[in-house]
Write a protein that binds this ligand. Structure first.
Ligand code: ARG
Length: 395
């Protein structure tokens, strides 16, 4: 019987090296590479197609871009998902990729599941949090052999795997429709400014158009549904905002990040749509939420994001937090205008049928909640306000 292993595949250096290793070192007869489309650029998909062809493998392609945006990214907007201040991308995509690999492994009667992650990063944890639900053998050749890039390049040459393109581009890149991350190479020195060539989704803010651009985003129950009056399906909407905001240099991020294992990493990100949509969404919440909701949700968001970052989306607490987030979004309908200008996003206007705000004139309308308010009512309140501080013997 053929011994099969499913490999989460991108066609990059690491997952290419995995193929002969799985055959030669781990005794698998058939490697089934799986590439999952989570809205990464067409070039990335092409890299997987080309490499699979070169290696004479029967590549399985799963189109999960809608699933990814609808089930992971839109909830992440509603939860204002961010880890140490950046919108999470890779961590949101991994569970989706992992689930499809597991499904295919089960359908194919495979005995193993493999990934090309190292033993230092987060992705090993995110894949395996899903995969260890099964009893299949889990293989991580990079981690098990402590492989270096140099060794991998040499190994490819020995196995006639063409790595020319990889040699020129020393970064490790991970992309999906929500975010592009770049690490490694000269970026490993946190003091080095990222060269302009690491950026692909964003115009340099210096070169972005002087006048900027105002964009209106419409939300329904916390989900973006239209841009400048045009209704767009989720994947299209995110791609469109990536293009527009990226052309204004919005969404670059250069940061030190704390991985789950405790190691720090210098990471460079591009996420124009995420920066824009999260800013607009947060702003809309500040119009429709009570201050207690606003304050409480911040704690929920931090916890939600920590679990999502770790890939623990099957943790029961994550489901509980998600239920809270869902319920909170009922009122988050309305539109927000943002100005994109040379790398920045500024909210310049917002409106909602559920606004907890009444402008000066409106408050004189009949039926208004604030109708019955008489300014002199505040006198009593102000007498109590700060009373304990006044009783303390400061002076
Ligand atoms: N640091 C990010 C994370 O753990 C991104 C890692 C993506 N990998 C890469 N090769 N750039 O979510």
């Amino acid at each position: 019987m053929t011994k099969k292993v499913v490999l989460a595949f991108s066609g990059g250096l690491d997952t290419s090296v995995c193929v002969p290793m799985l055959q030669e070192e781990y005794g698998y007869d058939e490697v089934i590479p799986v590439v999952v489309d989570v809205g990464q650029p067409e070039d990335d998909m092409q890299e997987a197609y080309d490499r699979a062809e070169e290696l004479e493998l029967d590549l399985r392609v799963v189109d999960a871009s809608e699933e990814f945006v609808e089930e992971m990214i839109y909830p992440s907007i509603q939860a204002n998902g961010s880890y140490e201040g950046y919108p999470m991308g890779t961590s949101m995509a991994r569970p989706v990729i992992a689930r499809h690999c597991l499904r295919i492994a089960e359908e194919e009667g495979a005995e193993g599941l493999a990934h090309g992650c190292t033993g230092k990063g987060n992705d090993q944890l995110r894949f395996e949090a899903v995969w260890r639900r099964s009893d299949l053998e889990i293989i991580a050749p990079m981690r098990e052999h402590n492989l270096t890039r140099e060794w991998e390049l040499e190994y490819c040459r020995e196995h006639d795997i063409d790595v020319e393109a990889t040699e020129e581009e020393p970064w490790s890149i991970d992309s999906n429709v929500w975010s592009r991350s770049v690490e490694g190479g000269e970026l490993e020195d946190p003091a080095t400014e990222p060269p302009e060539e690491v950026f692909e989704w964003t115009t340099s803010p210096d070169d972005a158009p002087d006048g900027g651009q105002t964009v209106e985003i419409e939300f329904e129950e916390g989900e973006p549904v239209a841009v400048d009056g045009e209704e767009l399906a989720p994947v299209e909407l995110v791609k469109h905002v990536n293009d527009v905001a990226g052309s204004h240099g919005v969404g670059r991020n250069d940061m030190m990040e704390d991985r789950v294992l405790g190691l720090k990493v210098r990471e460079v990100y591009e996420h124009p749509a995420a920066t824009t949509l999260l800013k607009a969404h947060r702003d809309l919440e500040s119009l429709v939420f009570t201050r207690r909701q606003l304050k409480h949700k911040q704690g929920i968001e931090t916890e939600w994001s920590d679990l999502a970052y770790a890939g623990l989306v099957d943790e029961p607490l994550f489901h509980d937090l998600q239920a809270y987030v869902d319920s909170s979004q009922e009122q988050v309908t309305g539109s927000v205008r943002v100005k994109l200008h040379k790398g920045s996003v500024r909210v310049v206007g917002r409106e909602s049928p559920h606004a907890l705000y009444e402008g000066g004139m409106v408050s004189f309308d009949e039926g208004s909640v604030t109708d019955s308010i008489d300014q002199t009512d505040a006198v009593g309140f102000s007498k109590y306000h700060g009373i304990q501080g006044r009783m303390r013997d400061w002076y």
